[in-house]
Write a protein that binds this ligand. Structure first.
Ligand SMILES: Cc1cc2nc3c(=O)[nH]c(=O)nc-3n(C[C@H](O)[C@H](O)[C@H](O)COP(=O)(O)O)c2cc1C
Length: 197
């Protein structure tokens, strides 16, 4: 849960999508989270999909009619999302897609910053997220952050040390995410969209 004690920070849920036993995902997540955590503007809640149990796929229901998952309240409380995902076979891992599919209202009218990685930066996974989140009334930022070959960018402590292009993309992506998060939070609070399935 968020640890921030500012009066009304933007609540950012960071979803770490790889669950492989030997994964580079946490190093990418640690790097991407750092600018959020040092800012007074944000309260950060990190969800590692390897550490949560989501509903069985046989229980999926469309349009938010399924039972709330154990992370539903945390997603519901979020003003914005950062999705940290590798590219598997030109898309997201099934773990990320399943986490998305298990929820519906939780994503609605909120912004999403894709932070992807892979041989070429995982941008095909980012493009898939754009299409998927459009169906969920969520807006992806124009900027996607792609880290190419992160496994070759780890220092002796296992910390990711990407080049200036990725660092700049992260800064710009967070700036966009913050703008959308403020704008959409205001609109959700003052003029909520009446969703009629
Ligand atoms: C099933 C599988 C499919 C993959 N497909 C791609 C791919 O399409 N494009 C790519 O750039 N990397 C691909 N990779 C390589 C991953 O980018 C690399 O293994 C990365 O470390 C995965 O992230 P993780 O270690 O956090 O799970 C694939 C890896 C796996 C396990």
């Amino acid at each position: 849960m968020p640890t921030h004690d500012q009066p009304d920070p933007l609540r950012i849920v960071v979803l770490q999508g790889s669950v492989r036993s030997e994964r580079v995902g946490p190093a990418v997540a640690d790097w991407a989270i750092e600018p959020l955590e040092v800012s007074e503007e944000f309260a950060v809640d990190v969800i590692d999909l390897a550490k949560v149990t989501l509903p069985d796929p046989t229980d999926l229901r469309p349009g938010g009619k399924g039972e709330p998952s154990e992370i539903s309240p945390r997603l519901e409380a979020a003003d914005a999302f950062m999705i940290i995902t590798p590219e598997y076979n030109r898309g997201c891992p099934s773990t990320v897609k399943h986490a998305i599919d298990c929820h519906f209202l939780e994503w609605m009218f909120k912004p999403v910053l894709p932070v992807t990685y892979g041989v070429y930066g995982g941008l095909l996974a980012a493009e898939q997220l754009r299409s998927v989140f459009a169906e969920l009334h969520a807006v992806t930022t124009r900027k996607a952050v792609g880290v190419a070959e992160p496994w070759s960018l780890l220092d002796q402590h296992g910390r990711l040390q990407p080049g200036p292009t990725a660092v700049r993309a992260l800064r710009l992506g967070i700036r966009e995410l913050s703008w959308w998060a403020s704008a959409l939070r205001h609109q959700r609070r003052t003029s909520p969209f009446v969703w009629q399935p």
